[in-house]
Design a protein around this ligand. Structure first.
Ligand SMILES: Cc1cc2nc3c(=O)[nH]c(=O)nc-3n(C[C@H](O)[C@H](O)[C@H](O)COP(=O)(O)OP(=O)(O)OC[C@H]3O[C@@H](n4cnc5c(N)ncnc54)[C@H](O)[C@@H]3O)c2cc1C
Length: 446
């Protein structure tokens, strides 16, 4: 069995690992010069810059399972889990996404805390079984997917709930405005936040894909980097995969690239899948790394801002406080996450323009920051965030219900099939590999 994997992000490398373990001969094609996708660490002057994904969680059971499987489990460490919300001129310590930590913090008005305790926590408790990031379609089944998190929040708990809880979480961790995210998606994140503990990968988040890719190679798989795939089409019961001036014939393929790229690569090979993929929405964005002469003042990792407080900066991550050994001693590294509205405009920005755009807002919270900046890097993400908009959870139900089941020898993978984070991507990659193995392996009569 010869199987191609297209894309070397978390979904692609995990699919490749499962396929190698299942006895297949695997070739992985990655367009960029290195694997990792949006979970990639760049090294510069001793700074290890997590350009996209920052943190993992104790509930990422597949990520943790894969890491243990490849013998790199000890590289995942408990992060201090201290974040902060900027409000009324100061940083209030919280744990992102945890309604209980918000309740305990000084960041919220007392009246909102009372509403959280009396209404929201019991709501999460009541709907707990249907609020599952592994099966987000269940939230659609109980009617929580028809409106946005902003509409639900403003009606049920008030505007301050949206500004102080919903917006910072969605804008910071998912690049999504509260009015464009499904309420069910937000509630599932909040429920996860009740028990989640934050983890970081020692040496940088990209170490996850690197460790998995190394295991794929040890298992006999071949990784081609700098090799973009232009098309994957059905041919004689198998799949023809081709790029600029090359092509190869495989028994099957896992296509693990962002949905808009999958649409292009598949052309008209899978008309029903194309219809499904056409309803996936992504938002381009950029992250901006400020390499600093000294650490950021304060103990927090992520400093996020309520809605309306800033126009350009959703959050700034003090990487030296992540607990992952990514910043040289005595130095600082601030990774800036733009607001959903500002991210796209920064996509093609020069480092100078990006710094000019973010510095005034950052200096409002971190006075004198500009004097400590020694270098600036901009990382553009054309397919940055997958949006789980109102109606998307029902769309996922269609995928689970068989909308993609006519794929034949081609299986799709990517965070857009589960949840827009590394765990969702890994779940989709492992799942796609299983489907392909089932399809091309004759059933065992015993
Ligand atoms: C700024 C930012 C911060 C984030 N923070 C977190 C976080 O803290 N925690 C978390 O869990 N998640 C986070 N995420 C989300 C996480 O990064 C993604 O969910 C995850 O990387 C998706 O994995 P994937 O394999 O589906 O896609 P990707 O990571 O996008 O990988 C797809 C791969 O396909 C390659 N490719 C594209 N086109 C082709 C082609 N034609 N041929 C061959 N290869 C191709 C790409 O180069 C890429 O390597 C963040 C994302 C962003 C943008």
């Amino acid at each position: 069995m010869k199987i191609a994997v297209v894309g070397g992000g978390p979904a692609g490398v995990c699919a490749a690992l499962r396929l190698v373990r299942g006895g297949a001969t695997v070739e992985l094609f990655e367009a960029e010069g290195r694997i990792g996708g949006r979970t990639r660490t760049e090294v510069m002057e001793g700074y290890r810059i997590d350009t996209g994904a920052q943190l993992f969680g104790t509930l990422y059971r597949r990520v943790l399972g894969v890491l243990a499987d490849v013998g790199a489990g000890e590289r995942m460490v408990r992060a201090p889990g201290r974040d902060a919300l900027w409000r009324k001129g100061r940083a209030h310590e919280v744990v992102y996404g945890s309604p209980t930590s918000m309740l305990a913090s000084g960041a919220l008005p007392v009246a909102l805390k009372l509403r959280l305790g009396a209404q929201y926590l019991p709501f999460l408790q009541r709907h707990g079984p249907s609020l599952d990031l592994d099966a987000l379609e269940r939230a659609a089944d109980i009617g929580l997917d028809g409106e946005s998190a902003a509409a639900w929040g403003a009606r049920e708990l008030g505007r301050d709930f949206v500004d102080l809880l919903v917006h910072p979480l969605l804008a910071t961790l998912y690049g999504t405005g509260s009015e464009e995210a499904s309420a069910g998606f937000y509630h599932a994140l909040s429920k996860q936040g009740l028990t989640l503990q934050v983890l970081a990968m020692r040496g940088g988040a990209g170490g996850f894909c690197d460790a998995v890719a190394a295991a794929v190679e040890r298992g006999g798989g071949v990784l081609h980097t700098g090799r973009a795939v232009h098309s994957a089409s059905r041919a004689d019961g198998g799949v023809e995969v081709s790029g600029d001036g090359w092509s190869g014939r495989f028994d099957a393929a896992v296509v693990a690239v962002p949905a808009p790229v999958a649409l292009r690569v598949l052309g008209d090979a899978l008309p029903r899948a194309a219809e499904w993929l056409g309803r996936v929405r992504v938002r381009p964005t950029a992250t901006i790394a400020l390499l600093l002469d000294r650490p950021v003042p304060g103990r927090f990792f992520g400093l996020s801002f309520p809605r309306g407080e800033t126009r350009v900066v959703a959050a700034a991550c003090a990487e030296e406080n992540k607990g992952a050994d990514v910043v040289p001693a005595g130095r600082g590294l601030l990774l800036v996450i733009p607001t959903p509205a500002a991210g796209e405009a920064l996509l093609g920005a020069s480092p100078e323009d990006a710094l000019r755009a973010v510095l005034p807002e950052l200096e409002g919270a971190l006075p004198g920051l500009g004097r400590t900046v020694r270098d600036v890097r901009v990382y553009p993400w054309e397919h940055g965030w997958t949006l789980f908009y109102p109606g998307y959870l029902a769309h996922l139900r269609a995928a689970r219900g068989g909308a993609l089941e006519h794929e034949g020898p081609i299986a799709l993978a990517g965070d857009y099939l589960y949840a827009p984070n590394v765990e969702g991507a890994v779940a989709a990659g492992l799942d796609a590999a299983e489907r392909v193995l089932r399809r091309v392996t004759p059933a065992d009569p015993s």
